[in-house]
Structure formats: C-alpha cells, structure tokens
Design a protein around this ligand. Structure first.
Ligand SMILES: [Zn+2]
Length: 696
C-alpha cells in the first residue's frame, strides 16, 4: 500500500514535470507570410502572439531544417537554440503578459509541401500544394506538431501573378506587385497546425452558397469546365445535410475545395480548405465509374470531427476517421438513397470480417490501427452505438460533445461520457466489443443490416439458398430477382455466381441490365461464346469507360478476325482520368498487324511509352508501366522514369515502382542496363536505386 502511494507520487510528479514542459506557453495567433519559389524553396516571415499561464524559462516551436535570418521577441533580438528540428527561445516569460515572436527564415521543405510539374517544361500542370497531417506543417512554417495548442492562423502568399493562390480562411486582399501578387488570407478561430494549407495552380472556380448562407468555392482546372458539375455534384446537398444532421452550424467562415495532381491520399480536410486528388475530376460519363461524392462528404464532415474538435493524440483517432466515414455514409445516403448506404456498410463489414478472420482484427483504440479499422470499423461502431442508444440520444450526446470541446481537443472517454449522459444507458458492453475488441462482430453487423435493409435481407437469403439448395443457382437467382428489383443485389449475384449462369441468362443481362450489371458481366467474363459475340460487341459503345476498356480487351483477344473493326470503333476515346481506354487502345493497336503498318504501330508504342514520364499523373504512369511491363517493352526512358518513380511522394505508386524495379533487378542483364542508365540521373532520383544497386 505504502509502496503504491509512493509510486503514485512519483508518477504524479513525473506527469507534472512533463506537463510543465508540454504546456510551455500558449500560442494565440500566427501570422505567416511566405514567398514560395518554383524551384522548391520558401522565403518567409512568421510572427506569433503568445502568452503563458505560469512562469516559463523558455518555449519552442517545431521547425524542420530551417535557416533563420532573424528571431525577435517583442522587437528585440532573441536568444535561441536550434537543433534542426525545434527552435527554443531562451527567455523568461511572465504569466499573463502577451509577447510577440517574429521569425524570418528560408527553407527547402523535404516534405509537407509538394512542387509538382515545374521541371517538365509544360506550363499548365504546375502546382504547389501542402499536406500537413502526417507530414508536419513544421517543414515549411514554424508551428506545433502537437495537436493540442491551437492558434488562429493568417497566411499570406506572394507568387507569380499568373497563378491562383488558395489558403485557409477568408481572402482579405490580393495586391498586384509587378510580376507577382500577394494573397492575404485570414482566419478568426483557432485550429491545430496540421490543418494549415495552401494550394497554387492554374485554376478557375465557381462559388455556391449553402442553405444557411456559407460560401462554398469549388475549384477546377482552367479549361476543364465540363468536369465541374459531375465532380462537385450534390456538394450543396451534402453540406446542408451535415449541418442539419449534426445539429450545429458549419463552424468556419467559408469552405473551399481544390483538386491537385499526384495527391498523397483521396482528400485532406484542411480547415475550410479540402485538397483532393484530381483523379476525382470526372466528366459526366466517367462519373458512373468513379465520383467524388463520398470523399466530398467525408472531408466536409471532418470540419466538425477533427477540425473543430481535435483528438488529443493518435489513441483517439476514431474521433476523426470513424466519424467522418459515418457521417459521409449518412450524407451520401441522403442523396443517393439509403440502400446505397447499407450496401456500403455491407461491403465494409465483409472486408472487416475477412481481416478479422485472418487474425488481423484491430481495436479502434489502437493508435497504430489500419485505415480499414479507423475508417470502416469506426463507422460501424457509430452505426451500432446509434442503434443501441437510439437516434435521439445519439444526436444529443454527439452535439453536446461538439459544443463542450469546440475549438479544443478531446478524448474517446469525453465522447462516451456525452453519450452516456444523453442516453442514461450503460454502454460498457459496446465499449468492450466495438472499441477495445479486436475481432469484428460480424453477426451483430449482419443482424443490423437484415433488420434495416430488405434488399440485403433478400441477398443474404439468396446466398443461403444457393449454398443449401439443390436447385440450379440461376433459378434461385431469378426467383430473388423477381422478388426484389435492387440493382445492387443483382450486380453482386452476377459477380458471385457468374460461372454457373447460362449464356441465355447472360445475354439477357447484357441486353436488359443496367450499367453496373453489364459491367459485372464483362469483368467476370474470361471467354466470349459465339452466340453472345454481338452482345459483347455492343459494350464497346457502353456509357462506362471501365466496361469499354474491358470489352475491347476481351474482344481483341477472343475474336482476332475483327480486331481492326474494334480498334476503329474505339479510336480517340480517352476514358477515365487515368486514360484507361486510351492506353489499352494504344497497346492493342501497336500489336495489331492487320490494323496498320509497322511505322504507325511503332508510333503507337512510342506514344504509350511516353505516358510513364513524370509530366503525367502517377495514375496514368502506373497504368503505362503495367502495360509496357506486360508486353516486355520497357525502353531506356521507361527505366529512367521507373527509377524516378521510386522516390515519388505518393506511397502506393512509389511502392508499385519499387516492386516492379525489384523484378527487373533480378535479371542480371536488366540490372546492368539499369546501372548504366542511373548514371545520368539526379541525386534525388537516385536516393533509392543507389542503395539497391550497391547492396549485393
Ligand atoms: Zn478522413
């Protein structure tokens, strides 16, 4: 007992010491003026207003690899120490008094700011954009990596007047100064540093207003106006829905959305300024296969869950991603129909069940959990919590939680407390199963879906009958199709049981089914029966780029006699933002002897090969690499582009490039060739390959 209390004292004292260090001073405002240079460096001055609640001997800001030209405290030169990561100002700070710190610096950010397209000689793809979360804003602005000290940020940016400059907050002024303009943005509420952001590029925009009057400014690439409506479809509806469902007005002055090239993720919810991957900028045809609706709603929901109320640390990440995913599902359901929401929940549950059964289940309270856990299990946990305590108590509790912790930080316990108080229900079992538990409670999820969606109930019954009955699968499917007109039920049935479907039935689906059902057929097909050839040929004119690409490939392989006809029918189609139809077409045309002469075939091959170059988005490059690798036609330039791709900031693409390179390095001849090519490359591109080539 005594031992325990001494231990407790030591612990408490330790925490006190730690706290003393951590709380340091309170930063109130940050006024940051930057001049980015297209070569990748930034010249800047940042001033901060700060105050301490208790005496302090020093205080710090995180600042990565910066060169300081002046550091002033209240206008006087300040004593400081700098270790390349943190600048620590050595000065006794009196409690209750305000201080002004001013830092001038330049920096060549290693991460968190990305300069895209400036080296390729093309003017219209030049961009500079930021990613703070996980990459740390302190790489370009002295700030706090810790999420718990929120400041009111004002960002002003001076840049070439030909470009549009976008940042968090309200645009106060744009002043032309010769060849440059200074863009001044200001905010009036505090946020964590990781949410500070800007984007520079060749943009146009349109502004709409939510029903409550908030301006929503949506950007698109100048000249690509046809992508505006399909890409931003339902934006106002989603915004209005979230304000109503959450029950609290949007907490910031305005909302902006900016697509950028080669983005690291689908989207990032910087305060009032979502930056997202331009692969979501689709025309009305591509919309059917890929759209921004869910990501749009997800980043919007973060404006409350993450930005207004922020986790104290990664242990509470459910409060960000689980909530954003959950509210996005509801919002999307409000515009696309509830069935759509239940099917998405069903797909998420299946993925979680699979991981769980493979022994990879994770607790939502595990700070190292995967996206699948934080996003999808996180959303499921909220679905079940709302079901448990009732919608009204859920809404009241969630709203109280937001109000109590707005513009501040919170924990999972804070949230559960708010729900307990609003519902007066014991939620300890929920907590242990859904938050602390590692396995996914599939049975509960299945039960919930069966209770709420007749379509999924029928689908599960159909699956059960197919598994247990002796009747032919097709007859059972037809029975359920007659019972339930759901397109989702049909599409999934086609994919699951395609092998047992008769040609007659498949032909009927191709003639009378909707776009997704035809797509399910063509993506499940490996052989085209002669009697269905005509039906498959009609897919070359399908209003889905994914269907056209797959149909072209299948027909080209299966019906060699009509290759030239198929190519003529699809010439000139670009397809999805990753040029899926065009690249497939170039590959097949370059391989088709009857279609054209050798010179033109070579020209097609060259055109395809050029798409691995860094002047294209990584999505296009990856497709081109895959196709060229498939036919073993990688030329020297493709290998150079592949080496360049091994240091690309986008993780999935970089990994893809490294894996592909690995397979080539196993071949001694290719290895020699790659070693020779590496000689002419830039040191930054060689960071990875040099290690690879010298290891063995
Ligand atoms: Zn998110």
């Amino acid at each position: 007992m005594k031992f325990k209390s001494i231990l407790l004292l030591i612990l408490l004292f330790g925490m006190f010491l730690l706290r003393g260090q951590q709380t340091q001073v309170d930063f109130l405002t940050a006024d940051i003026a930057i001049i980015p240079d297209s070569t990748g460096s930034i010249e800047a001055t940042a001033s901060y207003e700060l105050m301490a609640n208790e005496k302090a001997r020093s205080f710090y800001l995180d600042a990565q690899k910066m060169n300081f030209s002046s550091v002033l405290l209240n206008g006087k030169k300040a004593k400081y120490e700098y270790d390349g990561k943190r600048i620590e100002i050595q000065k006794k700070i009196k409690p209750g008094k305000k201080y002004r710190l001013s830092i001038s610096y330049n920096v060549q950010p290693q991460q968190a700011v990305y300069f895209i397209g400036w080296n390729d000689g093309l003017a219209d793809n030049n961009q500079i954009w930021t990613q703070g979360q996980g990459k740390y804003t302190s790489h370009w602005a002295p700030s706090l990596d810790d999420m718990n000290d929120k400041m009111i940020f004002d960002l002003s940016i001076t840049f070439d007047k030909a470009y549009e400059v976008i940042a968090n907050g309200k645009l106060e002024d744009v002043a032309a100064k010769g060849e440059v303009k200074e863009w001044k943005y200001s905010m009036d509420a505090p946020m964590s540093s990781y949410l500070l952001a800007f984007s520079i590029g060749d943009y146009d925009s349109k502004t709409m207003r939510s029903t409550s009057g908030t301006p929503i400014q949506n950007f698109y690439y100048r000249g690509d106006e046809d992508t505006y409506e399909p890409s931003y479809r339902y934006t106002k509806e989603l915004f209005d829905f979230l304000e109503k469902e959450i029950g609290m007005p949007y907490p910031w002055k305005n909302y902006k959305q900016v697509p950028v090239r080669d983005f690291l993720y689908a989207g990032m919810e910087n305060t009032g300024l979502t930056i997202f991957s331009d692969s979501f900028m689709v025309d009305s045809l591509a919309y059917a296969d890929k759209n921004y609706v869910e990501v749009n709603a997800h980043e919007m929901a973060h404006q409350w869950f993450g930005n207004l109320v922020t986790e104290i640390d990664g242990n509470h990440h459910w409060l960000h991603e689980g909530f954003a995913t959950y509210y996005a599902l509801l919002a999307e359901g409000s515009v696309l129909g509830e069935e759509n929401m239940y099917w998405k929940l069903y797909d998420k549950a299946k993925a979680l069940q699979k991981a769980s059964e493979a022994g990879q289940g994770q607790a939502l309270t595990d700070p190292k959990a995967s996206s699948l856990t934080f996003y999808d299990k996180g959303a499921w946990a909220l679905v079940m919590l709302s079901d448990l305590v009732g919608e009204e108590a859920f809404k009241t509790g969630t709203l109280n939680f937001l109000k109590t912790h707005q513009f501040s930080n919170a924990t999972i316990a804070d949230y559960l407390k708010a729900i307990s108080e609003a519902s007066r229900k014991d939620i300890s079992t929920f907590e242990s199963v859904w938050l602390a538990g590692t396995s996914f409670p599939m049975e509960q999820a299945r039960q919930y879906l069966s209770n709420n969606s007749t379509t999924i109930r029928d689908f599960l019954a159909m699956q059960h009958e197919i598994r247990t009955s002796n009747a032919p699968n097709e007859r059972i499917m037809q029975k359920y199709w007659a019972l339930n007109p759901s397109k989702q039920l049909r599409e999934r049935g086609i994919r699951l049981y395609f092998k047992s479907l008769s040609n007659e039935f498949i032909g009927e689906i191709l003639r009378t089914g909707d776009l997704k059902m035809r797509q399910a057929v063509v993506q499940s097909t490996t052989r085209i029966p002669a009697e269905l050839q005509h039906d498959y040929e009609r897919l070359l004119e399908d209003p889905s780029h994914l269907t056209v690409e797959q149909a072209l490939y299948l027909l080209w392989v299966q019906v060699p006699g009509k290759r030239d006809e198929y190519l003529r029918m699809t010439e000139g189609i670009v397809g999805m933002p990753d040029r899926n139809v065009q690249l497939m077409w170039l590959l097949l045309a370059s391989l088709t002897r009857d279609y054209t002469d050798e010179a033109l075939r070579q020209a097609y091959r060259n055109e395809l090969a050029n798409y691995t170059s860094p002047e294209h988005s990584f999505e296009v490059r990856q497709r081109a690499f895959l196709l060229l690798a498939e036919i073993q036609r990688m030329n020297d330039q493709n290998f150079k582009d592949l080496i360049n791709a091994t240091v690309h900031p986008q993780y999935a693409f970089r990994s893809f490039a490294r894996d592909l390179l690995d397979t080539y390095l196993k071949d001694p001849d290719k290895k020699l060739r790659i070693r020779r090519l590496a000689d002419g490359l830039k040191p930054s591109e060689l960071r990875y390959i040099t290690k690879k080539l010298t290891i063995e």
